[in-house]
Write a protein that binds this ligand. Structure first.
Ligand SMILES: [Zn+2]
Length: 177
């Protein structure tokens, strides 16, 4: 079985509406994290306290992905080749929120609620940090050109204004709680 290499969606386009759709289509949100993830992995082996499987992110044939079940059914992933959890999940079309047992928000403890909310925010934070890193490079180049005594032309000044807007947007995302 092979799954398409699905890349992460842009920030802000979550799957919030999936729970409201009750048509006959198959929705992954009805499955518990174990069935959801293990069904998409290859070479799954049961181990003492969890599972091992081939890591879908780096594509090696060894069972380098370790899967364990933590408190409240939450799945914990670790790729021994060093892949990030986001990349492992994206390779099989899942996100960090899929590692958590879907429950009514009202029945969660405060700690579970905060873990759940943080997991939902991680992809947005990551996208915002990518923007900040990119714009930091733009600003660094501009600063070093000015430092060398060059005046910036209109096109470069225009690019700096776009940088300022992008940085503003990224900061908004990072400040949102
Ligand atoms: Zn890996």
């Amino acid at each position: 079985m092979s799954w398409p290499q699905k890349r992460q969606r842009p920030a802000g386009t979550g799957r919030q509406s999936a729970n409201h759709n009750t048509s006959g289509k198959h929705f992954t949100t009805n499955l518990d994290p174990v069935s959801l993830l293990l069904g998409r992995l290859e070479g799954v082996i049961k181990t003492g306290n969890g599972w091992r499987a081939r890591c879908p992110a780096h594509g090696s044939k060894s069972a380098s992905l370790s899967i364990a079940q933590g408190d409240n059914g939450t799945l914990l992933l670790h790729c021994f080749a060093g892949c990030e959890v986001h990349d492992v999940l994206a390779a099989v079309g899942l996100e960090v929120g899929d590692l958590f047992v879907r429950r009514d928000f009202k029945t969660m403890t405060p700690v579970e609620r905060s873990q759940f909310l943080q997991a939902a925010l991680l992809p947005k934070w990551r996208a915002a940090l990518d923007v900040l890193i990119h714009e930091a490079n733009v600003l660094q180049i501009a600063a070093s050109r000015m430092g060398d005594g060059f005046a910036l032309d209109d096109e470069e000044l225009h690019r700096l204004r776009i940088s300022a807007l992008n940085i503003f947007d990224a900061k908004e995302v990072l400040h949102a709680r």
